[in-house]
Design a protein around this ligand. Sequence first.
Ligand SMILES: Nc1nc2c(c(=O)[nH]1)N[C@H]1C(S)=C(S)[C@@H](COP(=O)(O)OP(=O)(O)OC[C@H]3O[C@@H](n4cnc5c(=O)[nH]c(N)nc54)[C@H](O)[C@@H]3O)O[C@H]1N2
Ligand SMILES: Nc1nc2c(c(=O)[nH]1)N[C@H]1C(S)=C(S)[C@@H](COP(=O)(O)OP(=O)(O)OC[C@H]3O[C@@H](n4cnc5c(=O)[nH]c(N)nc54)[C@H](O)[C@@H]3O)O[C@H]1N2
Ligand code: SF4
Ligand SMILES: [Mo]
Length: 715
Amino acid sequence: MPEFVYSNVKKEIETYGYDSVVKSYCRMCHGGCGVLVYVKNGRVAKIAGDPDCPINHGTLCSKGLASAQLAYHPDRLTHPVRRIGPKGSGRWERISWDTALNAIAERINEYKEGFGAESVVLGYGTGRENEAAIYRFANLLGTPNVLTAGHFCYGPRIATSIITCGTNPVVDYENNPQCIMVWGNNIVISNPDEYKGEPFSVAVSRGAKLIAVDPRLTRIAARAEVWLQLRPGTDAALALGMLHVIIREKLYDREFVENHVHGWEPFGKRVEEYPLERVEEITWVPKEKIEAAARLFATAKPAAIQWGVAIEQQVNCADNDRLLMILMGITGNLDKPGGQVLFQTPRIRNVGYFGAHRMLSDVQREKRLGGERFRLAGNFAIINPKCVWDAILEEKPYPVKMLFFISSNPLLTRANAGEIYRALEKVEFMAVSDFFLTPTAELADIVLPSATWLEMDYIGDFWKRHGYILPRRKIIQVGECRSDHEMLNDLAHRVGQGEHWWDNFEQALDWILAPIGITWQEFKKMDHVRGDMVKEKFRVKGFSTPSRKLEIYSTVLESLGYDPLPKHREPPESPVSTPELYRSYPYILITGRRLPGFFHSENRQVEWLRELHKDPVVEIHPDAANREGIRDGDWVIIESPRGKIRQRAKLFAGMDPRIVSAEHGWWFPEKKDPGHGWNESNINLLTSNSYENCDPAMGATHIRSLLCRIYPEGK
Ligand SMILES: Nc1nc2c(c(=O)[nH]1)N[C@H]1C(S)=C(S)[C@@H](COP(=O)(O)OP(=O)(O)OC[C@H]3O[C@@H](n4cnc5c(=O)[nH]c(N)nc54)[C@H](O)[C@@H]3O)O[C@H]1N2
Ligand SMILES: Nc1nc2c(c(=O)[nH]1)N[C@H]1C(S)=C(S)[C@@H](COP(=O)(O)OP(=O)(O)OC[C@H]3O[C@@H](n4cnc5c(=O)[nH]c(N)nc54)[C@H](O)[C@@H]3O)O[C@H]1N2
Ligand code: SF4
Ligand SMILES: [Mo]
């Protein structure tokens, strides 16, 4: 029985006969919500929100509540398996952990010797708090190639904040922002990255004024003072238009600009290239609305920007992020309580130490795939996925022989799924660690059963940007499942990295915590540890950039050979850039809006969550549906120049009739053939991953606006 029992619920334990109630932290998404896990007869019987947790105050989302259904799912992989038929045959045999890890280690050593460590690519998807261990393993191995979603999600926010103002500024909901501008983010559904919808909703209820920048009428847009309903992919032009108003009307913080901004004059000239008439034409947003939003944001104090991933999955990714930081900065809201703040993480050892990028030699770093093409990404150890598929398919600039995906389902979640399928089919050896045999795992040689958050001890650090670290406590054991941390610790010993790892993973937890003077056993008994918010640090130390100022003119981008000033780039496929194509593909397609119960391609097999949302859904405006002969609920075909798939139409008047919006991540675990219908409704069969379709600095793939046609199935 776990040692840590939450004493406030002792009575409930006695009344209902629970073994214990354990406090922990959910991680069905990026994580962070405090939970009370009720255990009966050694099994999780119920999960509830922890009212004392300062992150979620007792609230939970549907995914958190359904965690036990995932953990105990009958399809769950509970022991390692090895494929015994051809790829995709679905024929597997059970093997022991020793056999599995020895086989993986043998291949790693063989490829490292024969083709160089760079021929082994490790991969993960979005953050699961296993990143540090994966990077540590890769760096010690000598491969610069860790494939993540970082090129088009969150990585750009970190990279561009570091080069612009030194670190990532987060919204300070605790100190009453007076205005919140929600930009390409649906926080009340997605609880993304280091945010939760609850503190946002509380701030709005307390009177914060809202500006929503979204092509679709979300709940947030519906509550907003001003809704800027822009054409997808034109965020940079819109931000430049707002900056135009703020500079013209002198609504900026003069003292801040004079003392803490680098590049004001050239930036002003760039902004002059975006008069509101031009911006209106590019963005479809009436100029009066742009003015209203700019004035509201610049005059409400303090004000904050809640930004999302939609602006990163664009060719304008890095500039979009930088423009929002410029908006925060010149209005005097950067490093301000109630605006955008910079917390100090408790001084535990982090990726820098634990992942030890220093352990990768310069020679190997130079070999990072795509490092020369996408130089900002390369500097932050981020690679563009196409570079990996090319290295497998064309063996250029060198062959990639092995893939090891630890928590990712790239066949569903990266652009141009057709090409990914060919690459996964061709790669000589592939290992996967996952909860299920996903369509990606079905193409692997060995699949390892990973532990869910209920099955591991770990220091949750996804809330570190709000200053928190959180003890996640192991509550149950399912089959032979092991956490990725333990698995990598074990594998590391088998590939000659033993001296840099630990005898068991608890020693690693102690090592991470050592600088703050506590052990895991002590931390395990605590609620959390929080670092301080340092207010207006820049006044003393300046910003941590080369000029010590907020770099609205980026010296780093300039030194990497890019335009140091932000600008609008037209989406690669659009009514403006490809008018010919637009004639035959007459709709702008948005992909990937978040759904409450699913997490990308996850949870389609979890009963409560699938009940909430049975089929893949594409939103279409009633006028457009009428024109195409589509009725609400019809199965329809969505087609781009790269392929076609089917989803169910939902008529939705909350967007421009020229736009349709489709869901991503769809496969059908209930289909028992090994493909599990991965190519039926997978929107990434339609997205493009060509290099021209990517942000030139960050390598972000432009998947948020492409062209498509849509028509009833069977027509
Ligand atoms: N078209 C389109 N595509 C998109 C997006 C979009 O908006 N539109 N969004 C993109 C974004 S922002 C992101 S971040 C990516 C996400 O890309 P991925 O991270 O690849 O997406 P998931 O479907 O969550 O895949 C994670 C897999 O890991 C497993 N898993 C979950 N937790 C763990 C764990 O702790 N350990 C192990 N070993 N396995 C685990 C799950 O079962 C699942 O199969 O998708 C991107 N794809
Ligand atoms: N339940 C659930 N939660 C999740 C995830 C999940 O899959 N499911 N994924 C997680 C991950 S990895 C991420 S990155 C986050 C993302 O979380 P969010 O940033 O909230 O992402 P989305 O809901 O995809 O997009 C937000 C909004 O962007 C709008 N949008 C689309 N195109 C554009 C555009 O060109 N410009 C602007 N300004 N807006 C646009 C969409 O209409 C949508 O309302 O969510 C995380 N949380
Ligand atoms: S928002 Fe994330 S951490 Fe919170 S309950 Fe939902 S899945 Fe768990
Ligand atoms: Mo993401």
